[in-house]
Design a binder for this molecule. Structure first.
Ligand code: KMH
Ligand code: ZN
Length: 287
């Protein structure tokens, strides 16, 4: 039986280290641009927005302490809308050595975000990245960061790139570090992670405990097709510039809201209703 729970659409509007004005001139970069883009995505049907801190001039990942900028995003967005905010922990590391990451993450838990991404394992990077060729997310880091999030009432969004990371999520749950049900996002990046295809998704969903919620984030031209499959299977979806800047082959999307509209229109054709931010809070059991 396909669960017809309302669909949570997440818009990853800013992108991290891989998205700048070089990638697309449409990436929101100043506080005003980011707030406007968030409002456009909410209008289009997004109930969660995922944010990284951006250099206002270049649209590159902000280098230095990202928390003051993220606090400004949160405060400005809160003045305008009740969308769920989901701040990154994978980004925000440029110019910040590992020994300060714990402090930055714990501080970030206290600036009003309801969710934060948490990458459930260390990975090789295939593309040039300002923080080097290893994406460091050790188990001890994850356990500490989950602790901060639980302490400050922030729901982790467990970013899972392969089936091994599903086991890490289960360990986190078994050890009582994060209360169940967990929320998992299958990040179908190809390369060193999940191949973006229906069989891989179904196999991975079947490995999750029944009551956990899950979402799909796929890159480039796979973003919308995998969102469609997740919509049919009863999962939730993430779209937006962080993972894909194209509206269709060869045409840049002028706004993240265009990508939100694509996902929403597919859901409507499939008669899968769209969750409001408050309905999403209920589904995700946000405090
Ligand atoms: N960049 C995405 C594939 C994070 O920001 O911590 C996953 C992500 C992780 O958004
Ligand atoms: Zn991110």
């Amino acid at each position: 039986m396909i669960k017809l729970e309302k669909l949570i659409v997440t818009a990853a509007v800013t992108g991290g280290e891989y998205v700048s004005k070089e990638t697309t001139p449409y990436v929101p970069s100043t506080v005003d641009e980011i707030v406007a883009e968030v409002l456009a995505c909410v209008e289009a049907g997004a109930s969660v927005v995922h944010l990284h801190a951006k250099d206002p001039e270049t649209g590159e990942a902000y280098s230095g302490d990202p928390n003051p900028l993220m606090r400004e995003y949160v405060e400005r967005i809160r003045e305008e809308t009740d969308v769920i905010i989901n701040l990154t922990t994978g980004g925000g590391r440029v110019g910040n050595p590992p020994e300060v990451w714990d402090r930055l993450v714990e501080e970030r838990c206290k600036i009003g975000t309801e969710m934060m991404s948490l990458n459930m394992g260390t990975m090789n990077r295939w593309a040039e990245h300002p923080t080097g060729e290893i994406f460091l997310n050790t188990v001890s880091m994850l356990e500490r960061w989950c602790g901060y999030m639980v302490k400050h009432g922030v729901k982790p969004e467990h970013e899972v790139y392969d089936t091994g990371m599903i086991n890490v999520c289960k360990q986190i749950a078994v050890k009582g570090i994060v209360p169940e049900p967990l929320h998992v996002q299958f990040v179908m990046v190809g390369r060193t992670g999940f191949l973006p295809n229906p069989r891989m998704l179904q196999y991975s969903v079947d490995l999750l405990p029944e009551n956990w919620t899950w979402s799909v984030c796929a890159l480039g031209r796979n973003q919308i097709p995998m969102a469609a499959i997740a919509t049919v299977l009863g999962g939730h979806v993430r779209v937006g510039f962080e993972d894909n800047v194209y509206l269709r082959r060869g045409e840049l999307a002028r706004s993240n809201a265009d990508l939100v509209r694509k996902a929403v229109n597919i859901a409507k054709e499939l008669e899968r209703p769209i969750a409001s931010p408050d309905e999403a809070r209920e589904i995700l059991e946000l405090k």
